[in-house]
Design a protein around this ligand. Structure first.
Ligand code: DCP
Ligand code: MG
Length: 436
């Protein structure tokens, strides 16, 4: 059924309910109508600011409004983001600046002002939190919101609350957002991207399967380039193909990832919105059976713990900027050492090598009963481990780590051991593990 023939609608400009199939709002004449048969029932949303850094700069300098604007440069020489005018010319995030300027020579380049963007990001977030405590930020400019159960409070259904919110952000903050509304996280996030900028897309239960059928496998969370290539080798390119495969078959081929493919391809996603105010750090530690003092005994433990921390960061799609090493001596004295990185990381290799540097200074014959490693200063993973910043060698390591991750995804955790954990000595085997 075409969207504009459906009954439950709202005008996104004047917020008047529209129960007709009209293309334009009867009240204000706006063509920005939102209509969907399930509009009354859906309450899980993903909100993402449009061309975030660029929009903030345009807001603060109206002379830039109609110009192609690129945020980036600085020491890394890559594009952080480009406004939608610059995107028409092919400019994209993470593109080297020289390429971006080849594509769009008339672009105005603005250096990023992170402090300002964080401030604006926090302002938008607090406006979300005024709607519901169920806000799960994913990064500086995006979050999931679960508005279930807030209809009474707002005297309005979720769709209207969100349309009002989008308008309020424009008026009070001076930037635009795109909203995706659905019944689950996966499709809410997909929806917010469908109609950017200033978008509002709805994916209901009814059309989920048919919508997904035509989409490429890369739409699925966790299917990156490497994994898509693996699927491609098996002849699987669309989500529709996954929809025809049995769960057992997918799990046999791709392990736990297969399970995810099975469920998400069918629009089944049970993950709830988790407000993430609590997590300040991600760490993993272990108490040894026997106290350890030698580098060769401690290093494999550090490696294994770094991998565990990294796995959890990757799982949660976050990264940390400060690496923290924790040691407890045989006489229960606690030592914590930390080092701040230039950019947040979620790579086991960077966590491990930073931890190793810190560990080297502590190993002087002292006997230790506990070793822990973690990261704090958590951020979203988007800005983690920029490829051009890491030196050539560690860039290779990062690529290798990506390859290891996809092998593990395919064959299970035990499939790949690195030189450091391989043959880890019995004495270092943890007696008790802890995480927080
Ligand atoms: N960012 C960055 N480097 C990247 C990706 C993003 O520095 N490789 C920064 C700049 C973006 C902000 O994070 O403005 C938000 O990221 P998004 O992926 O949401 O991108 P935008 O908000 O810029 O654009 P869109 O309208 O596609 O959401
Ligand atoms: Mg954005």
């Amino acid at each position: 059924m075409p969207v504009n023939a459906l009954p439950h609608g709202i005008c996104r400009d004047c917020l008047t309910p529209a129960n007709t199939a009209s293309r334009r709002c009867r009240s204000c004449g706006s063509p920005r109508m939102l209509a969907h048969a399930e509009l009354d029932r859906l309450s899980l949303a993903h909100v993402d600011c449009d061309a975030f850094y660029a929009s903030v700069e345009k807001r603060d300098n109206p002379a830039l409004r109609d110009r192609p604007v690129i945020i980036g440069g600085g020491k890394r020489g890559v594009v952080s983001t480009a406004c939608y005018i610059a995107r028409i010319h092919g400019v994209r995030s993470a593109m080297p600046m020289f390429k971006a300027l080849e594509a769009c020579p008339e672009a105005v380049v603005v250096k990023p002002d992170m402090e300002k963007y964080s401030r604006v990001g926090r302002q938008v977030r607090s406006m979300m939190e005024a709607l519901t405590p169920m806000v799960e930020p994913l990064s500086i400019d995006e979050a999931f919101l679960d508005l279930a159960g807030t209809e009474k409070l707002h005297a309005a259904r979720a769709a209207l609350v969100l349309a009002r919110f989008a308008r309020q952000v424009e008026e009070e903050v001076g930037i635009t957002v795109s909203v995706g509304l659905s019944y689950c996280k996966f499709l809410a996030k997909v929806a917010s991207d469908l109609d950017k900028p200033r978008g509002f897309s709805v994916i209901g239960q009814e059309e989920a399967i048919s919508f997904l059928q035509k989409q490429p496998v890369t739409l699925i969370w966790g299917v990156g380039k490497a994994f898509a290539a693996t699927l491609g080798k098996d002849g699987i390119r669309t989500i529709g193909q996954l929809q025809t495969m049995e769960r057992n078959e997918l799990m046999r081929r791709y392990g736990t990832m297969g399970d995810r493919l099975y469920h998400l391809s069918r629009g089944m996603d049970e993950r709830g919105v988790k407000p993430r105010s609590e997590a300040k750090s991600v760490s993993s530690e272990t108490t040894f059976n026997t106290d350890l003092s030698r580098m060769e005994d401690l290093v494999p433990v550090l490696r294994a713990l770094s991998e565990r921390v990294s796995a959890r960061l990757k799982e949660a799609d976050i990264a940390g900027r400060t690496v923290v090493l924790k040691l407890k001596t045989a006489d229960f004295r606690l030592r914590t050492r930390n080092r701040q990185l230039g950019d947040p990381t979620r790579l086991a290799d960077r966590i491990f090598h930073t931890g190793l540097e810190l560990l080297k200074r502590e190993v002087d014959g002292t006997r230790f009963r506990l070793l822990g490693i973690g990261v704090s200063d958590l951020t979203d993973a988007g800005r983690a481990d920029p490829q051009d910043l890491v030196d050539g060698l560690s860039h290779k390591r990062a690529l290798a780590e990506g390859a290891i991750d996809s092998l593990r995804e395919k064959f299970g955790k035990q499939a790949v051991e690195t030189g450091y954990t391989f043959g880890r000595s019995k004495v270092a085997r943890p007696q008790r593990d802890g995480e927080d």
